[in-house]
Write a protein that binds this ligand. Sequence first.
Ligand SMILES: [Zn+2]
Length: 280
Amino acid sequence: MAEAQRSNASSDGRQARPRGRRQAQPPPLEGSPKTLMAIMAHPDDIDFTSAGTIAKFCAEGWTVYYVLVTSGDKGTHEDLTRQELAAMREQEQREAAAVLGVKEVIFLGYPDGWVQATPELRGQIVRLLRKYKVDVVLTWDGFRPGFNHVDHRNVGIAARDAVYPAVRDHLYYEELMAEGLEAHRVNDMLLAGSDSPDYFVDITRFIEKKVDAILCHRSQVATRDREEMLKRQKRQGKRPGRRGNFEAFKRVHIARPPRQEQRTEAPAAVHEEPAPVGGR
Ligand SMILES: [Zn+2]
């Protein structure tokens, strides 16, 4: 326990410890490669918020998948059809993902601006989490109280509802069993765009990769000036009293009860409450 807390305090991924909460903090994600799926609404969402973290994890040996719920087919003032814009933005997203070392980019094809947190979308996410045996989900904070894009909000909510409890209880989307996709646990989420972030990833060594990924989104970025973008990203990634550059998330960790750690058979559909780190 003391060891975990000590390593937590000295890691890159720093977490503010909320006052009055006695729960032990989980160890930082950095340094122990797993499988991460970033699920967001539009091509460029992941790269603007999280490309430094993705680059860092890929460099550490993580397996990273991108899931884009829409292909961003409304994001232009140019004279383009929705189909032309979607094709362009999918290509830009694939190029950015390749810069970072992402294994695969998946587009779900929903229309831009019309995303709802439906059982169908939740089921598509459950299917992907079970198929790729994902350990960590990175998505939008769907519950942020201030101004938020409808697609960001609904993708965040659908992804969170997929992680708990649908992906872990086999009777949710039981038709997936016929494909051999069994219940699976995702115990960590990183939420981008939160107004109360508590997990900060040091991306100082990966800021140039982040800039290169962002500049792949040519239809969305006005500047072609790499130095200007680098300056802007360094400025945005500052934290008070800290050197270097950071990306900020809210971490949600679902604690597994001790009795389940020792189980060897398939876990039952236990509805223990998720324990959000840093709390809301
Ligand atoms: Zn977006």
